[in-house]
Design a protein around this ligand. Structure first.
Ligand SMILES: Cc1cc2nc3c(=O)[nH]c(=O)nc-3n(C[C@H](O)[C@H](O)[C@H](O)COP(=O)(O)OP(=O)(O)OC[C@H]3O[C@@H](n4cnc5c(N)ncnc54)[C@H](O)[C@@H]3O)c2cc1C
Length: 290
């Protein structure tokens, strides 16, 4: 099946892209095309104008500031995974990127496209929601900033402004002592996950644990950050982690589909969340005890 007929534009700047989006309310942004092109071919998406943002230099930058790493929307997933800046300062994202699709899809797929597409199984969206990254959209010449932990509101549904172009994600840099864990279950390696969990524990010598982040994905309509602050100040032993995760997962609504039951997703996500937190704990224990 072939896509419906569409016009194609290749803007050179973000504002030019936004101008094109305003000019046609049935316009769609084309980034890496790994989700949009199949949808066009199956006519699940029928835009009258495709705005190809691959040639806007500003969108391909990876920038380190004193406190943050800013990832341009058009940064390819493979390039983010290969970046020393991401590996050192965003260890949880670095780990999760290895689970996103396959090498050929990561070579084209972008960081911004994964967020804008908002698949409930997207690993990048799970990490962004778990860590509360900032999502920046340009619309009508101004920037709008969203907190990733509340940006996703349904399957493929977000708070994105109409005619807006996602320009970058801003993640807080991980501290020197930081442990992470990422786990998922999928029918085959690199398939979309049936359940996934991401965890990060921040710590400081003399202060101990200063922050704990946990989120689950592919179990509900969107990635879900969980409140596990109750773990701060505890021994973080297996029993305490188990209790707090089970309590946090009680409030999570899981979905049923052809691939897995809601009960299966809840059970597996709970186990993966416990494993992810244990991995993160074990990583910081080494640093804190040195
Ligand atoms: C075989 C295969 C396996 C895959 N497995 C996984 C997987 O395991 N995990 C996973 O997370 N993903 C997976 N994907 C999807 C992949 O990660 C896509 O790259 C991603 O979902 C979309 O990013 P893209 O850059 O390709 O965007 P596109 O496909 O170009 O666009 C996707 C959507 O986002 C919109 N969009 C894109 N960029 C912007 C922007 N800057 N501003 C506003 N809107 C924008 C588009 O208009 C479109 O609606 C897989 C894809 C394939 C083909």
């Amino acid at each position: 099946m072939k896509p419906v007929r569409f016009d194609y534009k290749r803007p050179a700047t973000i504002d030019e892209a936004c101008g094109l989006l305003v000019s046609d309310d049935n316009a769609r942004i084309l980034a890496g095309g790994q989700s949009l092109i199949p949808m066009l071919s199956m006519r699940l998406s029928r835009p009258s104008l495709l705005v190809d943002i691959a040639h806007i230099p500003e969108l391909t930058s990876l920038v380190e500031t004193e406190t943050h790493i800013e990832i341009g929307a058009m940064v390819r997933q493979a390039n983010a995974r290969a970046s020393a800046m991401v590996k050192v300062h965003l260890p949880l994202l670095f780990k999760a990127l290895a689970f996103v699709g396959h090498p050929p899809t990561r070579a084209r797929g972008t960081i911004g496209g994964s967020i804008a597409h908002a698949d409930p199984s997207a690993e990048i969206a799970l990490v962004a929601a778990t860590l509360g990254a900032e999502i920046v959209y340009r619309v009508g010449g101004a920037d709008e900033i969203f907190d990733a932990s509340s940006f996703f509101i349904g399957p493929m549904l977000t708070l994105a402004p109409p005619a807006g172009c996602l320009t970058k994600l801003c993640f807080t840099k991980a501290p020197a002592i930081c442990g992470t864990g990422f786990h998922e279950v999928a029918p085959r390696k690199s398939d979309y996950a049936l359940a996934s969990a991401a965890a990060q524990i921040n710590a400081e010598v003399g202060l101990g644990v200063t922050g704990i982040y946990l989120g689950v994905g592919s179990v509900g309509d969107f990635p879900e950050p969980l409140d596990v602050d109750g773990l701060i100040g505890t021994s973080l032993d297996d029993a305490v982690i188990g209790d707090v995760v089970h309590a946090a997962m009680e409030a999570v609504e899981t979905v049923e589909d052809l691939h897995a039951s809601a009960a299966y997703r809840k059970r597996v996500a709970t186990e993966l969340a416990i494993r992810a937190l244990r991995d993160a704990r074990d990583e910081i224990s080494k640093d804190l005890n040195q």
